[in-house]
Design a protein around this ligand. Sequence first.
Ligand code: FAD
Ligand code: FES
Length: 269
Amino acid sequence: MTIKSVIQETPDIKTFHLVFQDEEMRKNFRFETGQFAEYSAFGSGESTFCIASSPTRMDYIECCFRKTGKVTDALFGLSEGDTIGFRGPYGNIFPLDKFEGKNLIFIGGGIALPPLRSVIWNVLDTRDRFGDISIVYGARSVDDLVYKRELKEWHERDDVTLVKTVDPGGETDNWDGHVGFVPTILENEFAPKPDNTIAIVCGPPIMIKYTFEALERLGFTQDQMITTLENRMKCGLGKCGRCNIGSTYVCIDGPVFWAEEIAEMPQEF
Ligand SMILES: Cc1cc2nc3c(=O)[nH]c(=O)nc-3n(C[C@H](O)[C@H](O)[C@H](O)COP(=O)(O)OP(=O)(O)OC[C@H]3O[C@@H](n4cnc5c(N)ncnc54)[C@H](O)[C@@H]3O)c2cc1C
Ligand code: FES
């Protein structure tokens, strides 16, 4: 694919807007929200990122990634007009048919906004199918918030409630959001009601754990909480055994799981 444009989200996170070089592929490519792909920098290898754009907006794909190692360093160095390898889509999907008619709360931390963003735009592009939409998003500091322009857009919409927060010490003088960890702000400040509501959670494992616990204290049941896991992957195809938790292969059985499925996984997770 060709990198059509690059957005520097934070000092170490970039968004790539990608277009297919092959016209037939562009026309035939389909994916659903929640799926991921393998992106490669030639000569360096592949990295797993979610597809961060919405399937309601075809003709392109967006990914958003943090520079953390060999492949992401190489990808980070690429510019507009460069070519990157892409294989996918892989994995299961967020079951939007089960979300229909319900209130949705998206809860994310740091670099975990990209997988939620795909669902958020899908839901906003088909807004009539869903009830109230809330987004609770936090990062370590104001600098670490991704998609700042879209946070502003969501904040300005009257059919979306945006609750944003940064960790204590990460605020700036003109910060207009909350200060505190995402699960704490969710439980103590926002305190959503569980009636007819699904919580879609994405973040590092520790954040998922504390967020599920906070949601349970608010009265949510396990069939009202869903998440996406980011275990290390290699093949993405259920072949290499890199991503499994017990007998569950995150790449083919997931990455999207209901809380009740996670509760049945071995304690190592
Ligand atoms: C389904 C899925 C979706 C993902 N979506 C995104 C995304 O949208 N954006 C994004 O930035 N990242 C995402 N990730 C994580 C991403 O795949 C890895 O961070 C990335 O591949 C690291 O590549 P690297 O070769 O640069 O790092 P490496 O050189 O392999 O590792 C660099 C450092 O990061 C650590 N690390 C690498 N991968 C992981 C991981 N998965 N979990 C915890 N620590 C890790 C290593 O231990 C090491 O310390 C996703 C992962 C999965 C499985
Ligand atoms: S990534 Fe190879 S089996 Fe899941």
